[in-house]
Design a protein around this ligand. Sequence first.
Ligand code: 2NE
Length: 270
Amino acid sequence: WESHPDCSYEDILYHRAEHIAKITINRPEVRNAFRPQTVRELIDAFHRAHMDPEIGVIILTGAGDLAFCSGGDQRIRGHEGYKDEAGVEHLNVLELQRQIRTLPKPVVAMVAGYAIGGGHVLHLICDLSIAADNARFGQTGPKVGSFDGGFGAGLMARTVGLKKAKEIWFLCRQYDAQEALDMGLVNTVVPLAELETVTVDWCRQMNRLSPSALRILKASFNADTDGLAGIQELAGNATALFYTTAEGQEGRNAFLEKRQPDFGKFPRRP
Ligand code: 2NE
């Protein structure tokens, strides 16, 4: 992995190799809990990977073997959210969730240790989750006076089914990697020592496939759940493809050449 030369993050790491970006939450002393700054840096790093034409797939992970992420940093939780350096309280992880969901490249959660609370929702929002055999999953919201009723509830129910999702939230239990696999919460479980090798191998496989097909499939999986915003995402791909056609270009050319467009030459397909 090479570090990105322009990145000077405090709470995260950003690496690249072979068309893969690896974004690591780097606060192992608090089991990779996030504060507003962590989330801001994650948003910046995901944006960087999104815009980088060399990157096809993104890995999200946590530093060390003990945790992927333990959710919001409870030490700086105020009355309305998580306090930043200026004392402003945020729930900016919700913005990060939307970003990961709509980013048109596959995002893979590489989970060793705990994925708990808001950290559990982060792995859930990723397209694929690869768990080490020491991974543990769960929500703690009702125990610590919090909840995520957005993707945390809705996407969870779509992923593991309504009954199981309610169990996860209502009982605040922890589940080991095998249980997570059995309920469809993760894609595979591998020995901890092989976690990165297997994850990179999955990323390599995706990078050998058609990026446009993967992009449109990702938007397709979101479309019904996300309503008009989901349709917008999917339709944006149709617009981009239409722009590449002679028919789409005829409209632009006619405008620039100050003439009436001649769409009559294009077939009206059945
Ligand atoms: C993650 C877990 C299960 C790990 O347990 P264990 O026994 O391995 O470690 P330990 O000793 O609990 O934690 C190690 C150190 O990390 C800190 C701990 O306080 C401890 O610090 P020291 O005592 O060594 O000083 N730590 C761990 N998680 C932290 C956190 N989230 N914030 C601040 N410090 C943390 C266990 O630590 C655990 O259950 N952690 C709390 C999980 C949790 O409840 N997270 C918040 C859920 S709410 C949320 O994330 C959220 C939301 O619901 C909606 C919107 C946005 C966020």
